[in-house]
Design a protein around this ligand. Structure first.
Ligand SMILES: [Zn+2]
Length: 355
């Protein structure tokens, strides 16, 4: 691809992002304005994921006009609320006084995928959805007493979901938003079973594992009665012992959670209603039920419809994995492609020309 062709594509993509934000902000109010905007840090990326951060706005109008003008390929807000969001530096300098709690589920290719880790398909997106359900129904609901109304689920625009904790009960919300780094770390390590101690099994992990033992026809009577599972496991025959450790390992590795998103004080997260610069898909809030009952299909519902109608004649100069958008399959042999697929190719650095 020569420079001319590169520039032409970049300009076209930039025009598309402007068109999207124009519509999303002026017509639909899709773009999230972070709560308590003046205490939030804003970041964005054009050529990289994050080119610039430490930006802040005192009011919604300035913020929205800035987004309309820049139309960034990646747009973020801080999870933290800060006294000085635009100061460069760590948590202390910025004066963090509160922080949203969110999980980042970021799945990789599954054994059913026929692409490498750079691509996405129905299978891995389905796995991402399942992980949201495991996180909610196996942990957040039974262990922490939350309900679906206390969660905000957001498709990230690529290979996963953000699950925000937004308890309806203000006092609980305030409490968890005042958690420090240690409390957040403890919370995620509990969910990942990292701080589980087989010598003192007493929490909900015990119930969770007992269910799995039963499914695998391992006698649970003795495990029910004791907290010292380590001793109990080690008295079992070799093959059973191996199986038990395997079950525990598998149960602990069901979730692909990005621990930094929970840990990092100055973490930025994609803004809801923006487009994901790698895929051109919308970062979209989803009702829990429509995720659970399979109504939400990211490769259909996170595609900006107007961009699927706009077509280009192209020549794709390298082999690419297939991608299905709104039921249409595209690959390097595709000659007429929608803007939605063009954004995906651009975001993945694929060599192609607009004819
Ligand atoms: Zn896949």
């Amino acid at each position: 691809m020569d420079d001319n062709s590169k520039n032409c594509i970049f300009n076209e993509v930039s025009t598309l992002y402007h068109e999207y934000y124009d519509y999303a902000i002026k017509k639909r109010k899709w773009l999230e304005v972070p709560k308590d905007l003046e205490h939030r840090e804003i970041g964005y990326g054009m050529l990289k994921k994050v080119d610039n951060r430490n930006i802040s706005f005192t009011n919604e109008i300035d913020y929205l006009s800035w987004v309309l003008k820049e139309a960034p390929f990646h747009l973020y807000k801080s999870l933290s609320y800060m006294e000085h969001p635009s100061l460069i530096g760590g948590a202390t300098k910025k004066g963090i006084f509160k922080r949203e709690i969110a999980f980042d589920i970021d799945t990789h290719k599954t054994k059913y995928c026929s692409h490498d880790d750079s691509w996405i398909c129905e299978e891995c997106l389905n796995e991402a959805k399942n992980q949201v359900l495991i996180l909610s129904e196996d942990f957040l609901f039974p262990d922490f007493g939350l309900t679906k109304n206390d969660l905000k689920i957001v498709f990230t625009g690529n290979r996963g979901y953000h699950v925000y904790l937004e308890p309806e009960d203000e006092s609980i919300k305030n409490r968890i938003e005042s958690w420090g780094k240690d409390e957040r770390r403890y919370f995620i390590e509990y969910i990942l079973g990292k701080n589980m101690n087989l010598r003192i099994m007493g929490n909900r992990w015990k119930i969770r594992l007992l269910k799995e033992f039963e499914k695998n026809k391992i006698g649970i009577k003795k495990f029910e009665k004791t907290a010292d599972w380590k001793t109990e496991i080690d008295t079992r025959k070799d093959d059973i012992r191996k199986k038990i450790y395997e079950i525990i390992h598998n149960m602990k590795s069901r979730l692909e959670l990005d621990e930094k998103v929970m840990d990092d004080d100055i973490r930025l997260l994609r803004t809801i209603g923006s487009l994901h610069g790698y895929t051109g898909l919308m970062v979209k809030e989803i009702a829990y039920d429509s995720l659970k009952n399979g109504q939400f299909d990211p490769l259909n519902h996170a595609v900006f419809s107007k961009f699927h109608k706009k077509r280009y004649s192209v020549k794709i100069n390298q082999e690419v994995f297939q991608l299905t958008l709104k039921g249409e399959i595209f690959d390097h042999e595709s000659k007429e492609i929608p803007a939605s697929y063009l954004l995906f190719l651009f975001g993945h650095g694929i060599d192609f020309e607009i004819l």
